[in-house]
Design a protein around this ligand. Sequence first.
Ligand code: SF4
Ligand code: SF4
Length: 390
Amino acid sequence: MSDKTLVNPNLEFIDEVVGLGGDSLKKCFQCATCAVACPIAPENSPFPRKEMIAASWGLKDRVVGSADIWLCHECGDCSTLCPRGAQPGDVLSAIRSYAITEYARPKKLAKMVTDKSKLGILTAIPAAWFALMAIITMFFGGAMEKLFHVFGAHWVHHTDAPIAQARFISSWLVDLTFIPLATAAIVIFYLGLKRMINDMHENALAEGKTDKQDLDIKELLKTIPAVLPKILKHKQFNECGENKARGTAHMMVLYGFVGCFIATTIGFFLLYVVGSAGPYSQINPLKWFGNLGGILMVLGAALMIKDRLGKDKSSNYKDWYLLGLVILLGATGLLTEMARLAGSTFGTYLLYYIHLIMVFHLFAYVPFSKLAHFVYRIVGMTYAEYANRQ
Ligand code: SF4
Ligand code: SF4
């Protein structure tokens, strides 16, 4: 008597993957050309053929919890060679987006971030919040000075420069907004990644992709230094054939964020440790890192947009949301500074207001947006290295 396997399809999962850009999923007829063509897939149980069949059968747990989906760098080589136009690269991208929504909590917010009809409300929240912060800064400075005096702190955080962002929205209020948001994002990532790592290990054991029986988190963490150089050098992108140039744009955005992170760290140190308030001189290292970071973000995102439009590549809301956010973050940061140097008070404060709304999007919604794939991919690659997947 032959063994029978009962397939219990998750139809909602199929619909969601289709809605997230994997609408070509059902065209796959399992020829395996993609698994042979993929320059990154390991020989043992290569992807993305098996992900295509599992996704089209609605076997959510088989794909969402697999580390393999994070090894794919969306180069598109498999999609170019697929004889059925099933776009396996896009399907894997849709599965990754689904996985981010699946692991992040609260799920309701995760769904909102991937729903374009909710962009208005998600933007109105920070717009209203920073409008309130501007009113407090500009009209209630005296009361805030007294309040801060109680805690032994000074309310005013700017030099005598006639135009200073902190005159419009206090640095205190900006930091008291973003520090809790960043902390919440870290907690959300931590909880999501914990679930994901357990799922990846279960999946690897079930599919014979690891020789590690027990999951040892300490050993897993020790693998990070071996994976980081690959990520920083974008080694996987260099193995792509079809879309190699995308690696350059991707790397520019990555280093743009690194530059802005360093600038923010220096700013914190100068303000809260040294006690030196802005605006800072153009020769301050904070400016070098901030300006270079902003330029890299704008150029990298512009190159990605050009690539998507030029190749008529399948793109959906989550892709445009991310690209729009990156380009607006960089551009509004740079333009705020230019307006200040040009002596435009209104221009500086308006652009700074928009910039803060974008930063809010980054901090509050990043665990749910496509940008989160960067964090999930690092963990997926680290797990694969730890599990001896390659
Ligand atoms: S996605 Fe395309 S190349 Fe891959 S197995 Fe299906 S039909 Fe073949
Ligand atoms: S998009 Fe590139 S990396 Fe991803 S599965 Fe296809 S060939 Fe492999």
